[in-house]
Design a protein around this ligand. Structure first.
Ligand code: 13P
Length: 258
């Protein structure tokens, strides 16, 4: 399976979100084989986008969630609130949250545990910065982030986790990683799974790539077996680009089935 996640960040209001969601559903129409699709609008648009994607192929995702369950946490949104809105996927530990809002591996860990126990699928983001890459430390950085994010986690039978490998230097920069380097990192992440999540089946873990994906490079990543899907930022709020990405995913699925 291939999974395409659109992270709309703080780039669209409710009206644009509804139009985008409608456009995405239209783009999926008539395809023989569909990737799994999750759309992550801003919190304020979740209620309206939910109505659009209800009973469709697309799932509803949130861009963040509170680490705490309930209480005096002004401005925070809990897992229960998200579940009430029909949210099934939650982006956790995005690099913008880590770097701009001080999220730590410990808070990411709490969010992952809460998201799973609320019955939703966490999309756990990891990725090294430019300096780490220049120093050849990318594997160590990613492994440390994963160990932190998944500490004390015991995945139950039907629970799923998506990992998103997003090298920080590739996010919003217009320069993606190379498919070959992404494949190598995804293989590294997968090789850590027995240590990170003892006893879980490989199909419970998918590794997505994110960072400057658009309509022109999506296929080059998606055709790789190690790339289970894409987490798309900027190109996910441009319907024509996102449509090309969905087309690329459908093409890969068709080619595999042929
Ligand atoms: P861009 O696709 O804009 O590089 O953003 C990637 C991202 O941060 C998705 O979460």
């Amino acid at each position: 399976m291939k999974t395409i996640v659109g992270n709309w960040k703080m780039n669209v209001g409710t009206r644009e979100s509804v139009a985008l969601a409608r456009g995405v559903l239209l783009a999926l129409r008539g395809k023989k084989r569909l990737p799994e699709v999750a759309l992550c609008p801003p919190f304020t648009a979740l209620g309206e986008v939910r109505k659009v994607v209800a009973r469709s192929h697309a799932s509803l995702g949130a861009q963040n969630v509170a680490a705490e369950e309930q209480g005096a946490f002004t401005g925070e949104i809990s897992t229960r609130m998200l579940v009430e809105l029909g949210v099934t996927h939650v982006i956790v530990g995005h690099s913008e949250r880590r770097h701009l809002f001080g999220e730590t591996d410990a808070s990411v860990n709490q969010k992952v545990i809460r998201t799973l126990s609320a019955g939703m699928v966490p999309i756990v983001c990891v990725g090294e910065g430019a300096a780490d890459r220049a120093d050849g430390k990318e594997r160590d950085v990613v492994a440390a982030q994963l160990r932190g994010a998944l500490a004390d986690l015991h995945l139950r039978h039907k629970e799923r986790i998506l990992f998103a490998y997003e090298p920080v230097w590739a996010i919003g920069s217009g320069t993606s990683d190379t498919p070959a380097d992404a494949v190598a990192m995804h293989a590294w992440i997968r090789s850590l799974v027995p240590e990170l999540l003892p006893g879980i089946k490989p199909e419970q873990v998918a590794v997505l790539y994110g960072g400057s994906i658009d309509g022109s490079n999506a296929y080059l990543f998606l055709r790789e077996d190690e790339v289970d899907g894409l987490l798309v930022g900027g190109a996910s709020v441009k319907l024509s680009e996102f449509t090309k990405i969905l087309d690329a995913a459908a093409d890969v699925l068709d080619a595999r089935a042929a």
